[in-house]
Design a protein around this ligand. Sequence first.
Ligand code: ZN
Length: 235
Amino acid sequence: MDPQLILPLLRLQETDQEIERIERRLRKIEEERKALLKELEEAEGRLSELENSVEKKRKELKELKEKIEEEERALENTERKLTRVRKDVEYKALLREKSKHEDNILKMSYELDDISGELESLKEEVSREKPKLERRIKDIKEELDDLDYEEKAGKRKLEDLVKQREERCKSVEQSLLNFYEEARKRFENGVIVKVEEEVCTGCGMKVPDVLFSKMLKDKSIEVCPSCGRYIYYKL
Ligand SMILES: [Zn+2]
């Protein structure tokens, strides 16, 4: 095969390999974007969960304080009644009521201590976690912007390459082009490949000595007996 015929085909193959490389990268960008969006959603969810948990605990604390105050008012009321009561039965009943209020207040004060403690540790957790989450969210958004930018550039480059491919096809002899278009579906890593250290870089098999000598001598393009790709040593 005449090297002059193969050179335009080699250039077309370079364009195709570049197109494939960019298409692979664009698919990878899409995967990376999905993963980042998922991570962003989780981080934002965690952040609002943390903030809500503090709010919820504050509300719980406030409600309990109000209940205690209510119980304290009820206790004062009972104590006032105790000073006025005459009958023994009523007195005993009021005493029981008083002790019930006192018990409730005591129980709720323990609860109040617990909730205050929980609120404090929640606040600590938030002050520890929030900056980390906010930083990560910011980073993710930047990474997403970078991916958008890279994707746009990749798509523009792809458009140029498609035009370049059309042009390069025109310089390839028709029957060779037909062969190439058919063969590149079978050969993922190139239809025309280099021989390095007497090995076909397409299939990894050694080129027979006689054939290799011929390639050295004539600088010819041959067909690899193992895989059927076009092979060249030097062009
Ligand atoms: Zn081969």
